[in-house]
Design a protein around this ligand. Structure first.
Ligand SMILES: Cc1cc2nc3c(=O)[nH]c(=O)nc-3n(C[C@H](O)[C@H](O)[C@H](O)COP(=O)(O)O)c2cc1C
Length: 202
């Protein structure tokens, strides 16, 4: 599918700005490759753990990305113990890889932030939090053709809904380009301002 990707700029500040514009756009466009990102945490045994998540919101001025998850999931436990994460994405069309390192804040059900995010979810999305704990053995209800289908109570999901707010401290930007791969590193301060940037060997 054709999408309007900007030509990759040469100037480092422009590359930084265009990366965050791309992420902001991706948060609201299901066709964008960066709509789905790999969120990598470290578990209690110091093993890396990776999984895909949907990018729900991006803010280039504060260098923040937002994700949603179930607070009963292993990732929630891992992130509660160690909030340091890497977020990885790749777009086959532009051949760009973004590798962001930073920390996550966890906002569980009942917090203002989680409530506000929950209020904006569709009914269908809310029901995805209403099932059993993620990763537990699946308990299938006995099929009873005669019984009317049981509507899933979306409110049941709310206590399990969690919001992850990721703040990037570094961006490792990589462009795959046959003869001339390019790579640049960006560092952000605690407010999200660009503190340093440089080209590095790919
Ligand atoms: C394309 C895609 C998008 C996904 N988005 C999310 C998401 O936004 N939040 C989430 O918790 N899990 C999402 N998942 C499921 C996770 O990848 C993962 O399987 C699940 O959350 C369990 O992860 P954990 O055992 O590490 O906690 C997604 C899976 C796929 C394939």
């Amino acid at each position: 599918m054709e999408t309007d990707h900007e030509a990759v700029p040469l100037n480092l500040a422009d590359i930084d700005a265009s990366t965050w514009r791309e992420l902001e756009t991706a948060a609201s466009s299901p066709q964008s490759a960066f709509r789905f990102l790999n969120l990598c945490s470290v578990d209690a045994e110091q093993r890396p753990q990776a999984r895909m998540v949907v990018l729900r919101r991006a803010d280039g001025s504060s260098r923040v990305l937002e994700f949603h998850t179930d607070t009963r999931s292993p990732k929630w436990r891992e992130l509660s113990a160690n909030p340091r994460v890497t977020v990885l994405g790749f777009c086959a069309q532009t051949r760009l890889q973004f590798r962001l390192r930073g920390t996550v804040e966890l906002h569980a059900s009942g917090s203002d932030q989680a409530n506000a995010a929950w209020d904006k979810l569709s009914t269908w999305t809310r029901t995805t939090y209403a099932g059993g704990p993620p990763g537990d053995d699946r308990a299938f209800d006995a099929i009873d053709e005669a019984a009317p289908s049981k509507a899933v109570d979306e409110a049941k999901g709310k206590p399990h809904f969690g919001l992850l707010i990721f703040r990037a401290r570094t961006l490792d930007w990589f462009e795959l380009c046959r003869q001339d791969n390019r790579r640049a590193l960006f560092t952000y301060d605690a407010t999200g301002a660009l503190a340093a940037c440089r080209w590095v060997n790919p």
